[in-house]
Design a protein around this ligand. Structure first.
Ligand code: GDP
Length: 534
């Protein structure tokens, strides 16, 4: 049954059926489990936990990796595609630690919507809030899945209130839980007037679904114990008075989130959520470039790189650049313009990640994510087009925009701090610079929230309280050029020089004017705001 109301009527059907989204959550809320069930119901795997891994490289640090290791499922990458009903879903993985990092931000530039998973007993947790804020920066529509309803959880109104107050967004119940914990029997689907009954005996079995003509339908009384039914009626009456009804426009604008109550591990509520993304979620949206807005229905292919993943196949030292197609109908073998280098690029072996395998993508449409194996030519932010010189905007560059000094609360722990910082630098969670004069480190990030995340991670993961303090610098540029020129430059600018975690030379300053002057006075040197992060 399609209830889909197109909000972009000009879209060709193949584009209109695409839904490209990410899942955001606090660790342990159930993102991996939910992903697994998506794949199961999307037909990408046969039986949760039973599919043998194929000969794919499995060395990413993503959550899909964890899924593979834990459950022996072969999922290979940062983006996976599968069909459900008449829809094609593209699920883009958010990075492992799901903190507010550049990587997360970039991932969210490639999607049109996000699913927020919360634990019914814990509500909105710190990472949920941070990731939510990133989505809000982009006005992404958000669907909420309140998980683990088979356990003791909070009162339904309390959960909804917390989301409304904590995240300042309207919450409209799409389903309403019946019972809780051991007495949880299922949910009432408010969008379709159906009773969904959870099957506790078989975790991979989908709930029994019964059409109900309303709360007085005798079918309800026949299946729901009297006390639970009385409570359900009372709560729904209150909900009708206190909570807004689902409004698709408000949802698509990012002002309202529909919430489903379920239990991912019991496959409960998952299909309803999937149907929700399909029927109400956004179609591929226009993308911004510096020159103009790119509409998905434009006939010519355009796309941008939002992630580069190395070592996906240990036998081949290739990298895969993940490209979000912004417009058009892509066909394998197409020659596209690599806008940055102004060189044509024959895309002859693009891949689609269909969960169980990496497959050659014979074709793809706006909204899809394709992987393009390459040897380093493709970088984050790069545009591919059929000839137009476009620069997509909104994809953060590598150069940190905020710099702070970091100090260990206990000066004796400086070595520990260094180790922690190096780990985060390698993960790409922050830039770490060691100034050539003085002790200590300067940390660079793109969003101020990252300092909080780093401080709490260093404290939790290394038992090391730290302080971030202002520094005199606001910009960092990587310095490259002939060895003797670089050495001379370093020696005469010691107070501005630092090394990053790879030992590469960085120039720190607070003045753009400074950078312009160096570029003018030292033609042999290159001052770069980006660097390959591998
Ligand atoms: P992630 O860290 O967000 O990816 O969370 P996982 O999917 O790995 O789940 C964390 C833990 O919660 C695992 O032990 C899961 O088995 C468990 N879990 C996930 N969904 C449910 C659920 O619906 N009910 C219960 N009781 N446990 C769940």
């Amino acid at each position: 049954m399609s209830e889909h109301v197109a909000n972009r009527p000009a879209l060709p059907a193949e584009i209109a059926r695409r839904r490209t989204f990410a899942i955001i959550s606090h660790p342990d809320a159930g993102k991996t489990t939910l992903t697994e069930k998506f794949l199961l119901f999307g037909g990408a795997i046969q039986m949760a936990g039973q599919v043998r891994a194929k000969g794919e490289a499995r060395r990413t640090r993503s959550d899909f990796m964890k899924l593979e290791q834990d459950r022996g499922i072969s999922v290979s990458a940062s983006a996976m595609s599968f069909d459900f009903d008449q829809y094609r879903f593209n699920l883009v993985d958010t990075p492992g630690h799901s903190d507010f990092s550049e990587d997360t931000y970039r991932t969210l530039t490639a999607v049109d919507a996000a699913i927020m998973v919360i634990d019914g007993a814990k509500g909105v947790e710190s990472q949920t809030r941070k990731l939510f804020e990133v989505c809000r920066l982009r006005d992404l529509p958000i669907l909420t899945f309140c998980n683990k309803m088979d356990r003791e959880s909070r009162d339904t109104f309390e959960i909804i209130d917390e989301i409304q107050e904590n995240l300042a967004i309207d919450v409209a119940p799409a389903s309403w839980p019946i019972g809780m914990g051991r007495d949880f029997i299922g949910a009432y689907d408010l969008l379709h007037d159906r009773l969904e009954i959870m099957d506790r005996a078989d975790r991979n079995k989908v709930a029994e679904s019964v059409a109900i003509s309303g709360l007085d339908d005798p079918k309800l009384a026949a299946r729901v114990p009297a006390d639970l039914l009385a409570k359900l009626k009372e709560e729904l009456e209150m909900a009708r008075e206190l909570l807004p009804a689902f409004d698709r426009k408000s949802f698509l604008e990012g002002h309202m989130t529909p919430i489903w109550f379920g239990s991912a591990i019991n496959s409960f509520g998952v299909k309803e959520l999937m149907r929700g993304i399909g029927d109400y979620g956004p179609e591929p949206q226009p993308q911004k470039a510096a020159e103009r807005e790119i509409l998905p229905e434009e006939p010519k292919v355009t796309g941008f790189v939002f992630k580069v993943q190395a070592n996906m196949d240990p036998k081949h030292r290739d990298r895969v650049a993940f490209v979000r197609l912004a417009s058009g109908h892509f066909e394998r073998g197409m020659k596209l313009l690599h806008v940055r280098s102004k060189k044509p690029m024959a895309v002859s072996n693009p891949v689609l990640f269909l969960a169980a395998d990496r497959e050659l993508a014979e074709e793809a449409w706006a909204g899809d994510i394709i992987g393009i194996p390459n040897h380093g030519q493709l970088r984050i932010g790069d545009a591919l087009t059929e000839g137009e010189a476009l620069r997509f905007t909104g994809i953060p560059s590598f150069a940190p925009e905020l710099l702070q000094n970091v100090r260990a609360g206990d000066p004796m722990k400086a070595k520990h701090l260094e180790k922690a910082l190096m780990q985060f630098a390698e993960e790409g969670a922050a830039k770490v610079f060691k100034p050539s004069i003085g002790s200590g480190f300067i940390v660079g990030v793109v969003g101020a929230l990252q300092f909080d995340v780093l401080a709490s991670r260093i404290e939790i993961e290394y038992s090391l309280p730290v302080r971030f303090e202002p520094t005199q610098f606001t910009s960092a540029r990587w310095v490259t050029g002939p060895k003797t020129d670089v050495e001379k430059f370093v020696n005469t600018n010691k107070g501005h020089i630092a090394q990053d975690h790879d030992g590469d030379i960085v120039y720190l300053t607070r003045l753009q004017w400074d950078i312009d002057r160096i570029v003018r006075d030292h033609p042999a040197l290159t001052l770069s705001a980006t660097k390959e992060m591998m």
